[in-house]
Design a protein around this ligand. Structure first.
Ligand code: AVJ
Length: 332
């Protein structure tokens, strides 16, 4: 940054908002929801999908016939477990970002040479506590240390155990795709810092026929629609909002120039809603943008990781090249 030599006189001319948003004392969700509704266009971070009902809906998405990423990534983990475990090495400590239901990690743990400690990080505290308790029961010799945190904020982790092997990050599911490119860089730089001297095993969904992408986010049973609409239901539960869910529609489409699926909640009519005691109006067709899910090529992902300071290593994919798992060496 340049020194702010001439900055001082500027303040006099700053515009004052007509009605400042009163957000003190609100939850992060409340603050971000109010900010989203006050902005134009309206958009909110997808991390707020994952309250307990939303996490359960996401688990159902992973089982859908149209939603190929989870079963494809699990297939790669199963087929390559021996090679991945070899790359990880003995006594390693695994840090998982956005651990969810802790199913994928079992495949790694079963193949690894005496894993020492496992730190699952997730924003959904209740869901994480239950999943961590189940995992601890099944892996008695492993130290399971769940961390309830938002890893998009600056993250402080416990020190590595004294006799542990290297620390390896695990970020499966292509959650990296939920970030815009600058946000992804920010995340990867943070990961490089907490994994210093170790590595990151990163899952990334690959670009493919847009019809297949479209189907994966518009399933026939409507589970993805319910997952998207749960954001409004959550606002009703937690923020005293009065969204009428039947007056909003799930919309998901492939944005070709930006190489991403976008999910929106579209107002079906002109309407007013109250959130945290403030009123907002929606015109017919106006949307709240709830998620981006970027799609990568093997090379675009490796370039992004390199820009963040990692050295890309092996890449494992499935026979149909639907999904990729990347070994990324962290800086020392
Ligand atoms: C959590 C990022 C893996 O983007 O595909 C699934 C979330 N959204 N269906 C994705 C999601 C709608 C998912 N990730």
């Amino acid at each position: 940054m340049k020194p702010a030599t001439f900055a001082a006189p500027r303040r006099r001319f700053e515009a004052v908002p007509a009605e400042p948003l009163e957000t003190a004392g609100l939850s992060a969700f409340g603050q971000d929801m109010l900010a989203a509704l006050a902005a134009s266009p309206r958009s909110i971070a997808p991390k707020y999908f994952y309250d307990a009902p939303g996490s359960a809906l996401f688990d159902r998405i992973c089982e859908l016939p149209e939603y190929y990423p989870t079963r494809t990534e699990v297939g790669i983990l199963q087929a390559q477990a021996v090679h991945i475990a070899e790359a990880i090495g003995p006594n390693a400590e695994i840090v998982e970002f956005g651990a969810g239901s802790l199913l994928k990690i079992r495949l790694l743990l079963d193949a690894m040479d005496r894993p020492s400690r496992y730190l699952p990080i997730d924003i959904s505290g209740e869901h994480l506590a239950q999943a961590a308790a189940r995992l601890q029961q099944d892996y008695a010799g492993l130290e399971v240390l769940p961390v309830v945190a938002d890893y998009t904020q600056d993250l402080i982790l416990p020190r590595a155990a004294p006799h542990a092997g290297r620390r390896v990050g695990f970020f499966p599911g292509s959650t990296i795709g939920n970030f815009t490119p600058p946000q992804a860089l920010h995340f990867l730089r943070m990961a490089a810092r907490v994994l210093r001297g170790g590595a990151l095993l990163l899952g990334a969904d690959l670009f493919k026929d847009p019809a297949l992408l479209h189907a994966a986010y518009n399933d026939a049973q409507g589970v993805t629609a319910a997952f998207n609409l749960n954001l409004l239901a959550r606002a009703n539960r937690e923020l005293g909002a009065d969204f009428v869910l039947s007056q909003f529609a799930h919309s998901a489409f492939y944005n070709a120039p930006l190489r991403r699926i976008e999910m929106h909640l579209v107002s079906l009519r002109e309407q007013q809603v109250t959130v945290c005691g403030r009123r907002f109006s929606f015109s017919e067709g106006e949307s709240l943008h709830t998620e981006n899910s970027h799609k990568f090529t093997v090379d675009s992902l490796r370039a992004l990781a390199t820009e963040a300071g990692f050295t890309p290593g092996r890449v494992w994919t499935d026979p149909n090249q639907l999904f990729s798992l990347h070994w990324l060496q962290a800086p020392s």
